[in-house]
Ligand binder design. Structure first.
Ligand code: GDD
Ligand code: MN
Length: 398
């Protein structure tokens, strides 16, 4: 791909930005773009049919400068929806290789554009402006409320969304509005016309896009963003925006494959536990005779209950929790069930029993507490690891 000039489209959503959009386009077209020689740069304004004449200003600018485009929506539809429409247009009509998300009000310094492009040249897929790293900042004039929401909101979003992924702390500014994203493999993977897929058509979309882009495996880089104060017009952030962003974070967390799998794994395990207890009881009642040796009987009844529980765990995890990795081949089923049995005995009986023994010798007789510690601290995480890494190992992508 060397020597071929790539196209980057700066997508700018607008709603009532007549006072801003003209000077922003002028600044980009006359100051920012000319020194950049190795990229073809275009501006696409997506206007929510602003009543203040924003689109007129864009039309005038489009006559004056080359590669300025206007997409007019039928009405104000949220910044997220505006961006999705803009992405589609930029890909289909403008041949975008990379797409900027950029505000109309010059709160994002245009000087970040060449910096971000040079990171793209280095091979990064996803470059975002962060107010939280060294060299970045929020405007000095921001009130307590906005700073509070920005800090607490950002932290909460990071916590909810990235745990337990390795990207947990890598993203320092998850709600930032300044981004540059590679089209191939990333923006072109989003269902750009399916707004049902968007948890928020408004500002919450940023979190979803971030989450999904990272999940697609984007090589990610943050550059410092000195977020400027808005000098003209009004912010479109609404009082419910913070709540909405939190809701998006929770939905992303809840519907994520990892969460769903873990919940199902928990339910199957819980049901297995009940089956073990109830099964043991039933078999005890079935097998008991006036001459039964109770210690042998209890042991046998528990072993039968456990085995039924292991079978149930295997079957339901196979068809439900790990339905995507379902084992169907008969010989595989047999060998995996054997491995599952063995690992269940090791993680469910041998390891907890040894640990409970050790804990008892150190702390004295607190069997119930030690059982809880052993089950939730050892059996559950160990089973999770064994199931994912061994039994229902993800088929590696071709
Ligand atoms: N078409 C369209 N439709 N454009 C919209 C809409 C909409 O419903 N809502 C907002 N916009 C445009 C605005 O006109 C502006 O150009 C851009 O989207 C960003 O909106 P602002 O109102 O300027 O947002 P902000 O500066 O308060 O918020 C900034 O910081 C947030 C993080 O704190 C933005 O950069 C956000 O993207 C960012 O999440
Ligand atoms: Mn703004």
């Amino acid at each position: 791909m060397k020597n071929t000039i790539q196209t980057a489209v700066v997508v700018i959503p607008t709603y009532n930005e007549a006072k801003n959009i003209g000077r922003t386009i002028e600044y980009l077209a006359t100051k920012t773009f000319p020194p950049i020689k190795n990229w073809q740069l275009k501006i696409l304004v997506v206007d929510g049919n602003s009543p203040d004449g924003t689109s007129q200003v864009v039309k005038v600018a489009a006559k004056k400068y080359k590669d300025v485009y206007l997409l007019t929506e039928t009405s104000k539809d949220g910044i997220g929806a505006a961006y999705f429409k803009g992405f589609k247009y930029a890909i289909d009509k403008l041949g975008a290789d990379f797409i900027f998300e950029f505000d109309s009000d010059l709160q994002h310094p245009p000087e970040t554009i060449p910096v971000m492009l040079s990171e793209a040249e280095k091979g990064y897929d996803y470059i975002i402006g962060s107010r939280k790293i060294k060299g970045g900042s929020n405007p000095k004039g921001w009130g307590f409320k906005r700073v509070f929401f920005s800090e607490v909101g950002g932290f909460t979003a990071r916590f909810i969304m990235f745990f337990p992924f390795k990207n947990f702390w890598r993203v320092t500014d998850p709600t930032t509005g300044l981004k540059l994203t590679r089209v191939k493999g990333f923006v072109d993977q989003f269902p750009l016309t399916d707004f049902k897929h968007l948890y928020s058509r408004s500002f919450g979309y940023k979190l979803q896009l971030l989450f999904e882009t990272l999940k697609l495996g984007a090589k990610y880089k943050e550059i410092p963003l000195i977020f400027q104060i808005r000098t003209q017009g009004e912010s479109k952030i609404e009082p419910q925006t913070a709540k909405e962003i939190l809701l998006v974070a929770l939905k992303l967390r809840w519907y994520d494959e990892f969460t769903q799998k873990f919940l199902k794994f928990g339910i199957v395990g819980g049901v297995g536990f009940v089956i073990n207890i109830v099964g043991a009881k039933i078999f005890k009642n079935l097998l008991i005779t006036p001459t039964s040796n109770l210690s042998i009987l209890n042991g046998v009844a528990n072993a039968i209950g456990s085995e039924i529980a292991i079978l149930s765990n295997f079957v339901f995890n196979n068809i439900w929790t790990f339905s995507k990795e379902k084992i169907t081949n008969l010989s595989q089923l047999i060998s995996k069930f054997f491995a599952f049995n063995l690992s269940s005995i090791i993680t469910g009986i041998v390891i907890p029993s040894v640990v409970i023994g050790i804990l008892t010798s150190i702390f004295g007789d607190h069997l119930f507490i030690f059982q809880v510690i052993a089950i939730f601290g050892l059996t559950v995480p160990l089973n999770w690891i064994v199931y994912n890494r061994l039994i229902w190992k993800k088929k590696s992508n071709p």
